[in-house]
Design a protein around this ligand. Structure first.
Ligand code: HEC
Length: 210
């Protein structure tokens, strides 16, 4: 092979490699989505939106949070994952510093433990914890391709609105007068995961993460 031809071939390969890399390599955001879809939760078998009459009953700022959730939290998994989650963070209001809110929420959890011990006996139905949604929304915001700082779309004020909706919605739909309905719903979802993805069911059950 003549040297010039050899160089031309190498140069061609170099260009091909350059053209190939951005098109074929998976971005961190795509990998995150693959991870989310490969590992289903019971939540994913439920509806990916809430009934229209319930949505119509929400205060305007909560409705906005719900609408943001539908777009911002459906990029890697569907919006069914947050909407059918067992997480409940007590709603003690939002006009206070995070530390004060944590304290109030912890006191509320203690009260619920005394008044409704049944909420704490079925981990797959309810996980009631101070700060649980704050932690999860932050965790999602920091994932590659989610929050604006990670190359995604969700801004911190949007994340806050989604968080407030999730807190508000939990007490409405999962506790009190709706507790029995919620329990039946979660049990159905868990059974569906068990029937359709037995190995994933087993994994989550062993991790206490159903
Ligand atoms: C960039 C991809 C991505 C986006 C966007 C995203 N998630 Fe997730 N989500 C995941 C992955 C991956 C998991 C699997 C568990 C983990 O990594 O935390 C997950 C798991 C979850 C779970 C299940 C946790 C459990 O243990 O039961 C909930 C609830 C959830 N996400 C809520 C949300 C909410 C709320 C939003 C929007 C604010 C959101 N997600 C946006 C990737 C994403």
């Amino acid at each position: 092979m003549r040297v010039s031809k050899y160089i031309a071939v190498l140069a061609g390969l170099g260009l091909a490699a350059l053209a190939w890399t951005p098109a074929m390599a998976k971005s961190a955001a795509e990998l995150e989505k693959e991870k989310a879809l490969a590992n289903p939760y019971p939540n994913d078998f439920g509806p990916d939106h809430l009934p229209a009459d319930y949505v119509a009953s929400l205060p305007p700022n909560m409705k906005k949070g719900y609408e943001l959730l539908l777009t911002r939290c459906s990029q890697c998994h569907t919006s069914a994952r947050p909407l059918n989650s067992r997480f409940v963070e007590p709603n003690v209001g939002f006009a206070m510093a995070p530390a004060a809110r944590d304290q109030k929420e912890a006191a509320e959890v203690a009260k619920l433990k005394a008044s409704h011990p049944e909420y704490f006996k079925e981990k797959g139905v309810w996980q009631i914890e101070a700060g649980v949604w704050a932690r999860y929304v932050k965790r999602m915001l920091n994932k590659p391709g989610c929050g604006v700082a990670q190359g995604g779309h969700m801004t911190p004020p949007e994340a806050k609105q989604i968080y407030e909706f999730l807190v508000f919605d939990g007490s409405q739909r999962k506790l009190g007068a709706n507790a029995a309905k919620w329990k039946a719903h979660r049990e159905e979802l868990i059974n569906e995961l068990k029937a359709k993805k037995p190995s994933r069911y087993k994994e989550l059950a062993e991790d206490n993460d159903l």
